[in-house]
Design a protein around this ligand. Structure first.
Ligand SMILES: [Zn+2]
Length: 328
């Protein structure tokens, strides 16, 4: 029997409701915050407010919703705060991440433990996050204390136009952890580059392509390119909603329409990636974590999409992808 691993335990994937496949409720510090303080999301009350709006919008489509919180190891991850948020929002489920961000987010990496430990040692840490519980200290210090709150997704990432040696090592460890546990891999691409190369690398390490979702890929609004990734068998994760400084939302809607028409509609995941204060309603923005269910879902219906396809995009694809498979 397959399951999805939420922070409260394993659940039937069909119970995940609307799935926000890439977002951020909590980030308590670390490199990304150092680089841009707007990434600091350490306020549980604000996260409760944001998650509440997400669940309220999700209720138009399902009984509730799931936020996949994509904060990976040593990046300000705090699963105990996530659990506090979860406890205060009825109808919410949360999937926590293990794995790694792109090299830049770790600032100076020559002395980072990823550079020092063997691939097998790193994989063992990821596997323990998934099977035992995420470290209370986010693998940010020498003491490891397992919370019992387990990760349900593995993140890997690459830089703009290249996958560094550091990132390749992270991917090798992630592949071992995914094969060992059946946990899905949800990636970060920088500006939608290296999507094909991420799939090629992870599958070369033995990961089945349908266990991989290539993330933020809407930034590369090139349907031919997106189809090449889909033809490798991977999922795409499209987020960056209402990021008008980069592109209009119509690009993403076009991708859903066009890729659906070409037969790829069952491998598209929707996120929002509202991972900054400036992107969340709770901090004063006009849009936030609820965007797919509150804005894009109704918009797609208004633009003539089949209701069943919109349900598939909002709910079923994520339920399918975040289910553990293989040796779980
Ligand atoms: Zn993110």
């Amino acid at each position: 029997m397959t399951f999805a691993r939420t922070i409260l335990g394993d659940v039937d994937p069909s119970g995940l409701g609307v799935v926000n496949s890439h977002d951020h409720l909590i980030r308590t510090g670390a490199g990304e915050v150092y680089l841009d303080a707007d990434h600091l999301l350490d306020d549980v009350d604000k996260a409760v407010e944001e998650a509440t709006s997400f669940v309220a919008a999700s209720r138009a489509w399902a009984d509730g919703g799931t936020v996949v919180d994509m904060c990976p190891a040593n990046c300000g991850r705090d699963v105990e705060k996530l659990a506090e948020v979860n406890a205060r929002v009825p109808g919410l489920q949360v999937i926590a991440a293990t794995g790694f961000h792109r090299e830049k987010m770790y600032l100076e990496t020559r002395s980072h433990w990823v550079s020092r430990y063997s691939v097998d040692e790193i994989a063992a840490l990821l596997i323990a996050d998934i099977t035992e519980g995420v470290d209370r200290h986010d693998y940010s210090g020498p003491i490891v204390e397992r919370t019992g709150i387990r990760a349900g997704v593995i993140k890997v990432a690459s830089e703009y136009g290249r996958i560094t040696a550091f990132e390749q090592k992270c991917m090798r460890a992630a592949a071992i952890a995914s094969l060992e546990t059946g946990c899905p891999i949800n990636t970060h691409t920088t500006y939608g580059t290296c999507g094909i190369e991420q799939v090629d690398l992870l599958t070369s390490f033995g990961v089945p392509a349908d266990r991989i979702a290539i993330g933020h890929i809407q930034r590369n609004a090139d349907v031919y390119y997106l189809q090449q990734i889909l033809d490798l068998g991977a999922y795409l994760e499209l987020d960056g909603t209402y990021r008008i400084k980069y592109q209009p939302d119509s690009n993403r809607i076009f991708e859903f329409r066009e890729l659906g028409a070409r037969g790829y509609g069952d491998r598209l995941l929707l996120g929002t990636d509202s991972g900054k204060r400036g992107y969340q309603k709770a901090y004063g923005a006009v849009t936030g974590m609820d965007f797919n269910a509150a804005v894009d879902g109704p918009r797609m219906l208004d633009e003539g999409f089949d209701r069943d396809y919109v349900d598939q995009l909002l709910c079923r694809n994520g339920q399918e992808f975040f289910a553990f498979r293989g040796r779980a």
